[in-house]
Design a protein around this ligand. Structure first.
Ligand code: SF4
Length: 485
């Protein structure tokens, strides 16, 4: 394992290939450091004995202690610990902790690389390549970004039907020692401060789409890779410094302009069914991670709602209590879905534990449909204050401060600065740059809502439910297997 300082040094050594606000920037650009904070935190937690039980794991390939964010889940307990770690670390951050991206991609590829060998009757060596890469990933304590979502072009056309076939990343050339890929991935969380870009398709593929059926990993500064950064940084504090201002989240548009990928880093190549499965597996692992981070975010929205209600003297009002009960229900049902997904996990042929599809997806769906409702509750309890409160600089002005201390008051026994700090946090959550990021991620992160419905409906035994109805109605039951055919 390495320290956060060593990780930062590694980032400094990467070839600059990231653009921000029109400039080529280095990885330690101050505008990126806030977004990178949670990645650095993931290393700091591993050095903290209080976090050891959650953050440390034992590698199943080397037997060494490793950071859990580089671990391949071997047991139900591994899945439970990853979920708990995600929830608890997210409490420290108040936003997306980001390192789950690489973890989820690595777990997906651990399964897919093995299955790719199986469809080739053991004549390929994808899984051994993956294990070699995993060893390096764990020893160097790497951060991986999930470069999955293609730009997709015309949404009604398949990859091979697009006017420009590069709208889905694909193989454009083959060399004796590797492949050349071209395309563009979007929403690449952590892209500008990761070690590796880990790539899978973003959808299921058909037999004629072998060139798009490619899974691989390459260093983030590989020749031909260019990244365009979007960093959602919280509003910096001037008068009342607070932890919340230190945590942001960064994404990139990641362009692959004829990038060479050596075969030792290619884990699926042309096996369309397995590449499709890799895409779905990443989404599945990520939705399971979501059952940790999303309850954590609800905890924050709920805690802020309760705090504002307390300061305002309305915490015992029935409508406030019911609203808090709604938020508690969302947080704990989503969390419970993740626990159920872990307990109902199955073991893949690679040995990796795969969380249950239904529980992961219903949990993620429940979180997604409630996200704006949770903001609605916080906004309702706060009133208009988070949007119209004065700039912080006015509090630093000794001439103005007494006015604010006198008039910015609710309950008289709560000091004005406490009231101000609470509403400033609410402002960050409802009206700041992080708010829009977390709202949109709350709907689309880990795949759009329709993908959750597709996953649920494709796996759920709905015919069995119809048979319950048939039996009670006196209608002959139908064998679900016969119906599938
Ligand atoms: Fe992890 Fe949640 Fe952020 Fe995804 S959205 S990277 S699961 S913290």
């Amino acid at each position: 394992m390495i320290t956060s300082g060593e990780f930062l040094e590694r980032m400094r050594r990467l070839r600059p290939n990231c653009y921000m606000h029109g400039e080529l920037v280095r990885r330690d650009d101050p505008r990126l450091m806030v977004s990178m904070k949670d990645i650095l935190m993931s290393y700091d937690l591993a050095q903290d004995p209080k976090w050891a039980d959650l953050v440390l794991a034992t590698s199943h390939i080397s037997g060494k202690k490793i950071n859990r964010w580089t671990h391949i889940h071997q047991t139900v307990e591994d899945l439970l610990k990853k979920q708990k770690l995600t929830r608890e670390a997210s409490h420290l951050s108040g936003t997306c902790i980001q390192r789950c991206m690489g973890t989820d991609m690595m777990n997906a590829l651990s399964v897919a690389s093995k299955e790719a060998d199986e469809v080739n009757n053991g004549k390929t060596e994808y899984h051994q390549r993956f294990l070699n890469f995993l060893k390096e990933f764990q020893e160097k304590d790497m951060v991986g970004a999930a470069a999955q979502t293609d730009v997709k072009g015309d949404r009604l056309l398949r990859p091979h039907e697009q006017a420009d076939p590069d709208l889905y990343l694909r193989v454009v050339d083959r060399k004796p020692n590797g492949v050349v890929v071209r395309g563009c991935k979007v929403h690449t969380t952590v892209g500008s401060y990761c070690d590796e870009l880990i790539v899978t398709p973003c959808r299921t593929l058909t037999a004629e789409e072998k060139d798009w059926a490619i899974c691989f990993s390459i260093p983030a500064d590989t020749k031909g890779v260019t990244m365009l950064i979007e960093a959602a940084n919280p509003t910096p504090r001037k008068a009342f410094p607070a932890e919340v201002e230190k945590h942001g989240i960064g994404h990139t548009v990641t362009i692959f302009d004829d990038v060479f990928v050596p075969y030792e880093r290619v884990f699926v190549d042309g096996e369309t069914r397995v590449a499709s499965r890799a895409a779905l597996l990443f989404a599945l692992y990520h939705r399971h991670s979501y059952t940790g981070c999303k309850p954590a975010y609800t905890d924050l929205l709920m805690g802020t709602t309760a705090l504002i209600a307390e300061i305002s003297g309305i915490e015992k009002e029935q409508h406030v209590r019911h609203k808090l009960a709604e938020m508690i229900s969302v947080a704990e049902l989503v969390n419970a879905a993740g626990i159920a997904a872990a307990y109902n996990a199955t073991r893949a042929s690679s040995g990796t534990m795969i969380p249950d599809v239904i529980f992961c997806n219903v949990g993620r769906k429940h979180a997604g449909v409630n996200i704006y409702h949770e903001y609605d509750i916080l906004c309702d309890i706060c009133g208009g204050q988070p949007q119209t409160m004065p700039y912080e600089e006015e509090y630093a002005n000794p001439k103005i401060r007494p006015y604010l201390d006198k008039y910015f008051m609710r309950k008289k026994d709560v000091p004005p600065e406490i009231q101000h700090r609470a509403f400033r946090l609410a402002q960050d959550l409802i009206a700041g740059p992080i708010a829009s990021n977390m709202q949109i991620a709350g709907v689309h992160g880990g795949g759009s809502p329709i993908m959750e419905d597709i996953a649920i409906l494709s796996q759920y035994p709905i015919e069995e439910k119809k048979n319950i109805a048939r039996r009670l109605a006196g209608i002959p039951e139908v064998d679900p297997k016969a119906k599938k055919k």
